[in-house]
Design a protein around this ligand. Structure first.
Ligand code: C2E
Ligand code: MG
Ligand code: MG
Ligand code: MG
Length: 280
């Protein structure tokens, strides 16, 4: 956990973003999956009213034997470009559902987990099949799984994405628009697609509450989401001042960020939730 946040920079400094690096990762993927060098970490989303982690985001990690920690911001695009990301996402889906089943009976634990879904996979009919298979296998309700998709997911085929999102929502899954506000047509997408959750991008909270301009923009995004009856999540929250400012703007929202916790492996995340429940 101490390496959280630093590895990406280290990684670039070492010049690993080369062709050989990508080829090595692709060659090692299967072994890394089998050896648990790829694993899932969880970051709490704390409800500002209940003061509890009501949800968590699942984020993938790769502890490579040679390269050390490799950021998902680096390896996810490599796997996507080489058509290996869907199988990894299926693996994440199963890991998350298995975990959710264990946490369902525990009061301290969040009763929803979100999973990031790549652009290309969202529009594939195989995604829904895999999700339904996993929730059935682990006896989890689709409502307990949220899918986070970024705006770039729709640039290629708005029609396919519309249909995919509608079908997934009809099947009971929640859908969040991730990194909201930094894409080219955020508002158009909000109008077009039936999302349940709006996740405000970190960049809109970074200079809050010092920047009056940023305060107004953040306030506007939150009231827009509220008017549309969407669940609101603000990510990348790092300071007490940000938490207090957010609470002054909006009564009911989920706060995700280092202020509460960095993403943690399942066991540590469980301990964190138990501790956090005691404090509240
Ligand atoms: P994202 O989905 O927007 O995830 C949020 C990122 O912000 C995570 O980075 C998280 O660790 C980081 N973060 C959360 N709170 C804070 C904070 O307070 N300060 C700072 N500086 N950062 C914070 P991470 O885990 O490195 O993931 C980066 C991106 O990689 C994710 O962005 C997501 O797009 C992608 N990713 C991660 N796991 C998966 C996965 O399983 N599937 C897919 N398709 N993409 C994934
Ligand atoms: Mg996300
Ligand atoms: Mg995000
Ligand atoms: Mg992101």
């Amino acid at each position: 956990p101490s390496t959280e946040g630093n590895y990406c920079i280290i990684h670039y400094q070492k010049g690993y973003h080369t062709r050989n690096f990508s080829e090595q990762l692709l060659a090692d993927l299967d072994v890394s999956l089998a050896k648990n060098e790829l694993f899932v970490v969880y970051q709490p989303k704390v409800c500002s009213v209940k003061k509890r982690a009501v949800s968590a985001e699942a984020l993938i990690r790769w502890q490579h034997p040679e390269f050390g920690f490799v950021s998902p911001a680096v390896f996810v695009p490599i796997l996507e470009a080489n058509n290996r990301m869907n199988e990894v996402t299926n693996w994440v889906i199963h890991q998350v559902c298995e975990q959710m089943k264990q946490w369902t009976s525990k009061l301290e634990m969040p009763q929803q987990i979100s999973i990031n879904i790549s652009a290309s996979y969202l529009s594939s009919p195989l995604l829904k099949t895999e999700l339904l298979r996993a929730v059935k296998t682990y006896d989890v309700r689709p409502e307990q799984i949220e899918l986070e998709v970024t705006e770039t997911s729709f640039v290629n085929s708005v029609e396919q994405a519309t249909r995919a999102i509608e079908e997934l929502r009809n099947a009971g899954f929640s859908l969040a628009i991730d990194d909201f506000g930094i894409g080219v047509s955020s508002l158009a997408y909000l109008k077009e697609f039936k999302f349940s959750t709006l996740k405000v991008d970190k960049s809109f909270v970074d200079h809050v509450p010092q920047s009056t301009k940023d305060n107004f923009i953040l306030q506007s995004i939150l009231s827009l989401g509220e008017s549309l009856h969407m669940e609101l999540v603000v990510e990348g929250v790092e300071t007490k001042e940000q938490v207090e400012f957010l609470s002054s703007l909006q009564k009911n929202l989920l706060i995700q960020g280092y202020y509460y916790s960095k993403p943690l492996a399942a066991q540590q995340f469980e301990e964190w939730c138990i501790e956090f429940t005691k404090q509240a």
